[in-house]
Design a protein around this ligand. Structure first.
Ligand code: CP
Ligand code: NVA
Length: 295
């Protein structure tokens, strides 16, 4: 695997190994598991958009692997003054061993990866959020053991998070069902079942998942989105039709009372805090694999 932009770069076996390693790094964290894996390396973390979890989990993760994180905001780089993405990639490649980037344009991330001589990791674009899906699968595996045959119902906006869940869920053998209103549904072709009825999606599901109704970049449509997506709230009614041991997932940040009820978010079925923590462990395993693999 050279880059990690959509999750399609991984094979099923490799994904299983990555999740195994993430679990190992998590269990051994306090004993320093993976401490020297990237000793002497550096990783650039470029953020053109806000982030709490991705930014902090990558910065802490890089440092726990023994490498140096170079955190960069888009506006402090010459990129913001017109230096090309290609030139930026070529120059960063001479300094660092990997580049993680969050951008408002998937094309920018793809172009960066094209020109870079080091692995590039997508830290979220409007199209994909594959690092999130790794943590989501790790969380489901912790709760249920084997991923094969589990059913995950994603309810709400068919966005970057839903797309990455569809792609990586299929690879892991998880049945992903996305319930979204017309105009907000994912395109076919990622392996997920696409339907309109949130209750039908939730029926018998092992995990109920939702994400914000107004993603970064969607702010001008906020009012319309909140109105259209209102029937798709993840709440107690939806949980009542899910499987007996079903868990609640949300990539965060959450808006209790909008896409998820406070009861569901903070209730006993919620796994969202473990899910947020698992970003750290999954991304450490990903970086180990990308940076130490022969290119
Ligand atoms: N879930 C997630 O990516 O959160 P941040 O936007 O805070 O990084
Ligand atoms: N879909 C959201 C995810 C935030 C982590 C967004 O793109 O803003």
């Amino acid at each position: 695997m050279t880059n990690f932009l959509t999750g399609e770069e991984l094979g099923a076996f490799e994904l299983g190994k990555l999740l195994d390693r993430a679990a190992e790094l998590k269990a051994g964290r306090r004993e320093g598991a993976g401490r020297d894996a990237l000793a002497g390396r550096s990783v650039a973390l470029v953020f053109e958009r806000p982030s709490t979890r991705t930014r902090i989990s990558f910065e802490v993760g890089v440092s726990e692997l023994g490498a140096h994180p170079v955190v960069l905001r888009g506006e402090e780089m010459q990129l913001s003054r017109g230096e090309s993405v290609g030139d930026t990639a070529r120059v960063l490649s001479r300094y660092v061993d990997a580049i993680v980037i969050r951008s408002g344009s998937h094309e920018t991330v793809a172009a960066l990866a094209e020109a870079a001589e080091v692995p590039v990791v997508n830290g979220l674009t409007p199209l994909h959020h594959p690092c999130q899906a790794l943590a989501d699968l790790l969380t489901m595996r912790e709760r249920f053991g084997d991923l094969q045959g589990l059913r995950l119902a994603y309810v709400g906006d068919g966005n970057n998070v839903a797309r990455s869940l569809a792609i990586l869920g299929e690879l892991a053998g998880v049945e992903v069902v996305v319930a979204a209103p017309a105009g907000y549904q994912l395109e076919e072709g990622h392996g997920a079942k696409l339907i309109a009825d949130p209750r039908a999606a939730a029926a018998g599901a092992d995990a109920l998942y939702t994400d914000v109704w107004v993603s970064m970049g969607d702010e001008t449509e906020a009012q319309r989105r909140r109105a259209d997506l209102a029937p798709f709230q993840l709440d107690a009614d939806l949980l009542a039709v899910a499987g007996e041991g079903a868990i609640v997932l949300h990539c965060l940040p959450a808006h209790p009372g909008e896409e998820i009820s406070a009861e569901a978010l903070y209730g006993e079925r919620s796994a969202v805090w473990d899910q947020a923590e698992n970003r750290l462990h999954a991304q450490k395993a990903l970086l180990e694999l990308l940076v130490t693999e022969e290119r």
